[in-house]
Write a protein that binds this ligand. Structure first.
Ligand code: SER
Length: 335
């Protein structure tokens, strides 16, 4: 472990090209797609799918490249994988989402902060860059709701948010103190047709497409009028890669950048889907836990700093995402 007395605050920053990448949490909602995307860019053998027993990679994720058991709460497993594959970049995607973190706060802390500490320590010793996503959930009710600035009061009220803000601070600390090349974005709710999210507050915006394509009435747990930032997965994957590839001399911020592409409430997404599936029906069945969390989050983030410092730009809006989601889910379900 680190010997703080031996470290000078004027550290050398270790920048290097992404060559060998470890994805921790490779079978989750983001990891399953990000691992494949990274393999398509950097080569199959260069991207290791880290997973925990019980969540083994399957299909093309298992077949196209290396995989290793890497439980983020086990520092030795991270270190072993980093040394075995000569890893220079770690994508740390292990986390409990917001609603489930409220029911398991100790586990959320153990994974979100204990796990991050393990990752940062290995990164410091082995000179790896680290990407750890933050979230719109890092903000609480005292933050400005509309056009939430990059640098503002955060004060989250959820355990998920507490781990995200702490993770941002810890990642910045490892950068300034030890020169670990940590970078991050605050993800909105992520929408995709590949791996469903589990236990998040923004999950409704994924579930609604599944119901629509399957011809089922959707029970919406979030009230009309509740706006949250959302993003289509292809844009999110691009953000996660572009921030790690960004020219470090241009980065004023690091952990973590606001990014945004669309903000809507349940009525707006419902009406957009109805344009393509006119018979689609929705009813409101409030979930008090998720509604309380959503009410404490911003309506819409200001992502100017990401646009200025590393040329962030989303490609999908609600309409183009909706068309693609419906098309891909129809293929998935043979509808
Ligand atoms: N999608 C996450 C959640 O709802 C927020 O980042 O928990």
């Amino acid at each position: 472990m680190s010997n703080f007395a031996n470290h000078n605050f004027k550290t050398t920053i270790f920048y290097q090209e992404m060559k060998n990448i470890l994805v921790i949490g490779s079978t989750g909602q983001i990891g399953s797609e990000l691992t494949m995307k990274l393999r398509s860019i950097y080569g199959n053998d260069a991207v290791v799918a880290g997973y925990i027993p019980g969540a083994e990679p399957k299909g093309e994720l298992a077949e196209t490249g290396p995989k290793e058991v890497v439980d983020i709460t086990n520092a030795q497993q991270i270190a072993d994988a980093v040394k075995k594959y000569d890893i220079d970049t770690i994508y740390n995607l292990a986390a409990l989402l917001s609603a489930v973190a409220e029911t398991k706060p100790l586990l959320a802390w153990k994974i979100g902060i204990g796990g991050l500490m393990n990752t940062l320590e290995v990164a410091r010793e082995c000179q790896c860059a680290v990407f750890t996503p933050s979230s719109i959930g890092s903000f609480g009710p005292n933050a400005p709701k509309d056009g939430t600035p990059q640098d503002t009061i955060q004060q989250p009220r959820t355990m998920y948010g507490v781990t995200k803000v702490s993770g941002e601070l810890l990642s910045n600390y490892y950068y300034t103190r030890f020169g670990v090349d940590t970078r991050s974005v605050r993800f909105p709710g992520l929408i995709s047709y590949v791996t469903p999210p589990g236990g998040g507050t923004t999950d409704y915006a994924v579930d609604i497409y599944y119901s629509a394509v399957k011809g089922e009435k959707f029970s919406c747990p979030i009230n009309a009028g509740t706006f949250m930032d959302m993003m289509y997965m292809p844009d999110a994957l691009r953000a996660a890669i572009e921030i790690m590839e960004a020219d470090p001399t241009r980065l004023v911020h690091r952990n973590s950048f606001n990014i945004a592409s669309m903000s809507f409430d349940p009525e707006i997404i419902y009406n957009c889907i109805k344009k393509y599936i006119p018979g689609f029906e929705m009813e409101y069945v409030p979930d008090l836990l998720r509604q309380g969390i959503a009410d404490s989050w911003p309506n819409r983030l200001d992502d100017t700093c990401a646009r200025v410092e590393w040329d962030w730009k989303p490609e999908y809006d609600l309409d183009s995402m909706t068309q693609d989601m419906i098309e891909k889910l129809r293929i998935k379900f043979g509808k």
